[in-house]
Design a protein around this ligand. Structure first.
Ligand SMILES: *[C@@H]1O[C@H](CO)[C@@H](O)[C@H](O)[C@H]1NC(C)=O
Ligand SMILES: *[C@@H]1O[C@H](CO)[C@@H](O)[C@H](O)[C@H]1NC(C)=O
Ligand SMILES: *[C@@H]1O[C@H](CO)[C@@H](O)[C@H](O)[C@H]1NC(C)=O
Ligand SMILES: *[C@@H]1O[C@H](CO)[C@@H](O)[C@H](O)[C@H]1NC(C)=O
Length: 433
């Protein structure tokens, strides 16, 4: 409930919160710092699990619109490598006015620009450059919503910038979320702050100092608006890992994470089980709602986006790489891989559940590998303007979680568009083709 109200404005500080939390947490709980760093080290264990990918699209192909011919062979967009590309991004920090300052690396004085000149090359096919007009055309008379944590917002802002290069959006006042409307296509983009995907209250300084998460309660704010949403992109994970939490089910405490320090005598159940339950509740909530209303939806679950704290979190030089990793140079960590697996499994479960009802389409936007390979794409110290204007300070705040705009996160939307092109929008309301 509280998180619903607090969300009136996803302010600058709001989206930085998970990061700030990390900082606070790191200061407060040194043992966890070590643990945290343990999870994000350079240690490249050879034995790590290989990423396996189901192809993102079903073999059946559709013609959404005559102009969008679909390839005969579905492509696995998620295995590939980053290659140099002279073209560079569609926008920059000056041309796009809606970039959050903490991710506006160029205007914050990041000196290198090499990281802007890469594109993702899937092994089996070519990923086309983002076509804003095509995206808008497919979004005509529709509402597309990004739901979850600050990475949902990060991806949303990337999309907003790319679309703004061809059509000017207008902000729409909507209580509890941010909406942008493209009058040219009557398309709406929105972003909902819901870092747990389910109902919950974030930890706060005024207390309690741990997250309170109701794993079986659908996020009310989202449920209320669900009927009008045609496509939803879910992003979550970071708010579960290593942030002290108490989990509830049926209004009763199910367990907690790292809560002994608060004098709470609950069983520590880690975060994997709660994370799975939260996603399942959210997906079930969408299915139930849409089936009851007999109105369709596309649901995309973005997989975990690894962060790259490769040095002291508060020192200059952390995630200051200026080149992507080459394929095979960096192996996925155990935690990232496990979270990704849970996400993919729950999407498969949801697909089965919704099979009887034809109007819901589930997809995985499996960014884990392609994000893993971009240690150079984070703001790092350039989350703040000109951090080294007066030399190198003793302590430097680093953001190695979010992505510079423009930056590698633009690619997530390129793949998102390819998914949309292949979709059969049957069963989904559309007033005009
Ligand atoms: C941003 O793009 C505009 C238009 O292409 C260009 O004039 C400007 O120099 C660019 N700014 C930066 C910092 O690259
Ligand atoms: C505009 O799009 C919304 C869905 O986002 C739809 O409900 C509405 O009917 C559309 N308006 C027109 C004039 O087609
Ligand atoms: C914590 O709970 C366990 C099991 O419910 C109980 O045996 C133990 O005495 C409790 N410890 C404290 C300090 O309350
Ligand atoms: C915090 O939780 C993590 C994940 O469950 C666990 O590995 C770690 O030991 C816990 N730390 C403390 C101090 O309880």
């Amino acid at each position: 409930m509280k998180s619903t109200m607090k969300d009136d404005s996803i302010s600058l500080s709001k989206t930085l919160l998970p990061y700030t939390l990390h900082l606070l947490l790191l200061i407060a709980l040194l043992p966890i710092v070590l643990l945290y760093l343990y999870f994000y080290p350079l240690s490249l264990t050879k034995s790590q699990t290989q990423l396996h990918h189901a192809t993102s699209s079903s073999p059946t192909h559709y013609t959404v619109n005559d102009k969008h011919k679909i390839d005969e062979h579905p492509c696995d967009y998620f295995n590939g490598k980053w290659i140099h590309d002279k073209k560079g991004p569609l926008y920059n920090g000056t041309t796009c006015g809606t970039i959050k300052q903490g991710q506006n690396c160029i205007t914050n004085g990041r000196p290198d620009s090499n990281y802007l000149y890469y594109r993702w090359k899937p092994n089996e096919c070519k990923l086309p450059r983002f076509e804003p007009n095509t995206f808008l055309q497919l979004s005509k008379n529709r509402h597309i919503s990004f739901v979850g944590d600050s990475l949902a917002r990060n991806q949303f802002e990337s999309l907003l910038c790319m679309l703004s290069t061809v059509s000017k959006p207008k902000p729409v006042h909507h209580k509890g979320s941010h909406w942008w409307h493209f009058p040219s296509h009557n398309a709406t983009l929105s972003v909902y702050w819901s870092p747990f995907l389910v109902q919950g209250d974030e930890r706060s300084k005024s207390g309690p100092n741990f997250n309170t998460i109701h794993l079986d309660r659908v996020n009310e704010k989202l449920a209320k608006d669900m009927d009008g949403i045609d496509l939803i992109v879910l992003s979550f994970g970071n708010w579960f890992i290593n942030v002290p939490s108490v989990y509830y089910e049926n209004g009763l405490v199910l367990g907690c994470l790292n809560c002994s320090g608060f004098g709470l005598n609950y069983t520590d159940i880690g975060f994997y089980v709660p994370l799975r339950k939260a996603l399942r509740t959210c997906l079930n909530g969408i299915i139930e709602r849409k089936v009851a209303k007999r109105n369709g939806i596309g649901v995309i679950v973005k997989t975990f986006s690894p962060s790259h704290f490769d040095g002291d979190w508060d020192k200059a030089g952390t995630c200051s790489k200026i080149e992507p990793y080459v394929k095979g140079e960096k192996k996925i960590g155990k935690m990232e891989s496990e979270i990704r697996r849970i996400e993919i499994e729950e999407v498969e479960n949801a697909k089965k559940k919704s099979n009887a009802f034809g109007g819901i389409r589930f997809e995985v936007l499996d960014v884990t590998e392609l994000a893993l390979l971009r240690p150079d794409g984070h703001p790092g110290a350039y989350m703040n303007p000109f951090p080294f204007a007066n030399g190198v300070p003793k302590y430097v705040q680093n953001d190695c979680v979010h992505w510079c705009l423009p930056g590698p996160i633009d690619t997530w939307n390129e793949i998102f568009l390819e998914m949309m092109k292949k979709w059969d929008w049957k069963g989904q309301p559309r007033s005009e083709e």
